[in-house]
Write a protein that binds this ligand. Structure first.
Ligand code: PLP
Length: 426
């Protein structure tokens, strides 16, 4: 436990700094080499899906009689689209099963919206020289990279405990018709772990009524079934809300099996209105003759039994939860009774988002690296890598073992405390 820094005299602060510096030097000598950077499944998690290998056993016929080894089928295999429909909570007719990466599909969908338009040539975003995208912060760095790559200006909007600050989102859209998109990770958001409230989902579905007709919500439902416990909050179905609001064209939904089966060889899904799908497929058909249906078929067969997806995700949770619990225990022990840090007790996904006191994220990351613990670069959770408060750090504990997470968090909490005490001394 760290005493309340504001109550300490300068001499007491100096003594504390010296004690913490000694602890830091001792930790450095442990020669740790730990990595809490990217949210990847661990080897044990990947092992849960090893039965995919060889599963087809020479039977390459899909249910519809398609030889999956051959070209064709831009929409993907029906039985695999059914898996996507389960993940996305949408009718199978509205789901496309693509390649291995939802991020690729998001990039393609945003590029199509930008260059070609999602409702004909006049709707292309590039026709508006000031095309912009709303980015809830902290958020996912690779979403920001897509916007940056396309030259779409990013406008940060704050996250709240219920999702993006919807007053800010609605106000921005009312004031600026050049805003064409909003990024969302609605369940176990990357990195805050927040699940959007029903009210937030309802308001997002209404945005299509406030914004121009070319506006799209990029609903990246990457963690739709990735709960750590059975009590984790559910997410309202955005397309049900859109149907009620008459705004089905305003949302594009994405998911993948990257963190269900194999992160590098899963299947990605896009769910969208008929009109959006039609335009996206017209552009995709210039790009590919069809996706990897062999992989799609083995995924469909792997999850063919009712309830198998749920049971599989419970096995992931059993591996992930002790790692998350370890992070949360360290944070509670170190900062539960002081104001040196803030975080959310997440119930799913892959990340824990931690805020230091303003101005200390970069220094904490630097100190941790010095003691052998690699963290995601400070600022990565903000557009253009610029966290105006220099406070947010994303912790990704899935890959190291529980005892490695324990070691890494010992270093992390010490570095936050040391950086805070040094700042208080200035
Ligand atoms: N979306 C979010 C929010 C993520 O956190 C990640 C990976 O960390 C991805 C998408 C990547 O998905 P995929 O592997 O399907 O490209």
């Amino acid at each position: 436990m760290t005493p309340d820094l504001a109550s300490l005299s300068q001499d007491q602060l100096k003594a504390l700094e010296s004690d913490l510096s000694n602890q830091y030097d001792t930790l450095k000598q442990e020669g740790l080499s730990l990595d809490l950077t990217r949210g990847k499944p661990s080897t044990e998690q990947l092992d849960l899906s090893n039965a995919l290998d060889g599963l087809l056993g020479g039977d390459y016929q899909s249910r519809d009689g398609v030889d999956v080894r051959n070209y064709g089928g831009l929409d993907g295999l029906t039985e695999c689209r059914e898996l996507g429909a389960e993940l996305l909570g949408m009718p199978v007719e509205q789901v496309l099963a693509g390649g291995s990466s939802s991020l690729t599909l998001m990039h393609q969908a945003m590029s199509i919206a930008y260059h070609d338009g999602l409702s004909g040539p006049g709707s292309a975003w590039h026709l508006d020289k000031n095309a912009k995208c709303l980015c809830p912060v902290p958020g996912y760095d690779r979403h920001f990279a897509i916007c940056e790559h396309l030259g779409i200006e990013m406008i940060p909007v704050p996250m709240t405990d219920a999702g993006p600050d919807m007053d800010a989102v609605e106000k921005a859209l009312e004031q600026d018709p050049s805003i064409k998109a909003l990024w969302c990770v609605p369940r176990f958001s990357n990195p805050t772990g927040i699940v959007y409230s029903d009210e937030t989902v309802r308001r997002i579905a209404h945005l299509g009524r406030i914004a121009g007709e070319h506006f799209r919500v990029f609903w990246d439902n990457a963690y739709s079934v990735h709960a750590l416990n059975d009590q984790a909050p559910a997410l309202a179905n955005v397309f049900d809300a859109c149907r009620e609001a008459g705004t089905e064209d305003s949302v594009l939904q994405f998911a993948s099996t990257s963190k269900i089966t194999f992160a590098g060889s899963g299947v990605a899904f896009l769910g969208a209105s008929d009109k959006n799908l039609q335009h996206i497929k017209a552009s995709l058909s210039a790009l590919t003759i069809g996706p990897d249906k062999v992989n799609q078929l083995r995924h469909a067969r792997f999850f063919a039994q009712d309830g198998s997806l749920k049971a599989h995700m419970k096995q992931h949770a059993a591996l992930l939860k002790p790692r998350f619990d370890t992070v949360l225990k360290h944070l509670n022990d170190a900062f539960g009774d002081n104001d040196l840090g803030q975080w959310n007790a997440v119930e799913g996904g892959y990340f824990i988002s931690f805020n230091t006191r303003p101005g200390l994220a970069k220094e904490t990351v630097r100190l941790a690296l010095g003691a052998g613990v690699k963290l995601t670069p400070a600022g990565a959770t903000y557009p253009y890598g610029k966290d105006p408060e220099d406070a947010n750090i994303r912790i990704a504990p899935s890959v190291p073992s529980v005892s490695e997470v324990d070691d890494a968090m010992r270093v992390f909490t010490l570095c936050v405390t040391l950086a805070s005490v040094r700042q208080a001394l200035q």
